[in-house]
Write a new protein. Sequence first.
Length: 337
Amino acid sequence: MYKAVIRPLLFLFQPELIHRITFINLKLLFKAPGFKALINYKFTLSDKKLERSLFGLNFKNPVGLAAGFDKNATLVDELSAFGFGFIEIGTVTPKPQLGNPKPRLFRLKKDGALINRMGFNNDGVEAIAKRLKHRKTNVIIGGNIGKNKTTPNLEAVNDYLICFEKLFEVVDYFVVNVSSPNTPNLRALQEKEPLTNILGALQKINFSKLKPKPILLKIAPDLTDRQLLDIIDIVKSTKIAGVIATNTTLSRAGLKSQNFNETGGLSGKPLTNRATEVIKFLSDNSAKAFTIIGVGGINSPQDAQEKFNAGADLVQLYTGFIYEGPRLVKEINNSLL
């Protein structure tokens, strides 16, 4: 029904507009008696065999929602009913920011893809932390953190530290985002020295806490093998929990849609193979030394299984969730059983 009726209707509207309308309508629908129970029944699959224990957290299943879908943590309780084992919010910055000018989100229907140049639009860490304090669900929440556009790279570490401290009590794990292509010069922070400094500073604060939180690093799919080897060294030396592979790509190879030349990060089916390659490279060259969360081009249970076979411990959905619908979560979990 989703692909035959609902998706064609949703795709009549500009992507960012319909995203906002959908959020508003879901908020209203979940207030209706019995609606959440119905969604839970239809989309959630519970089985001990699906559970995963990683970096001190117990996941009900290994399929999560990637950052970017619920940037401001406004729909965490509702989205948990769709069967996700974990939900990642953000990217969150210290100060609220509007992001890049609209339009900034584009569908590539022929490619099963999206291009976005959102630019870390979010309500700011204070508002988002307050929102998370009042959530009702116990689903595992990841906090994806970044720097404000106006913050120079030399001062970026301060933005990450602010977000870390403000979100520490309300999220279960952290993700350091230095790989979005939509904030000027952000990807320069993936180089060995600045990245080691940021992660080292975060870990210093983290290890001073009574109960430290897992910190992961989200990387770009466009890194070279040498850069990926550097990532492995950095993860080991800073003792962070793992890597999320991958963010969106700047590549436009093989696209069929006419609007492929829009600037921004590409996600969806065209990223499937490259994301899997990065996962396998990290897993093989690190001797599986840390947790890997696979994301990028997961549109089917087979796509998810390829990520697991390559070395991923968990997977996340974003573009595939939009194109294939909410049943994809249950289909992946069912295939794992």
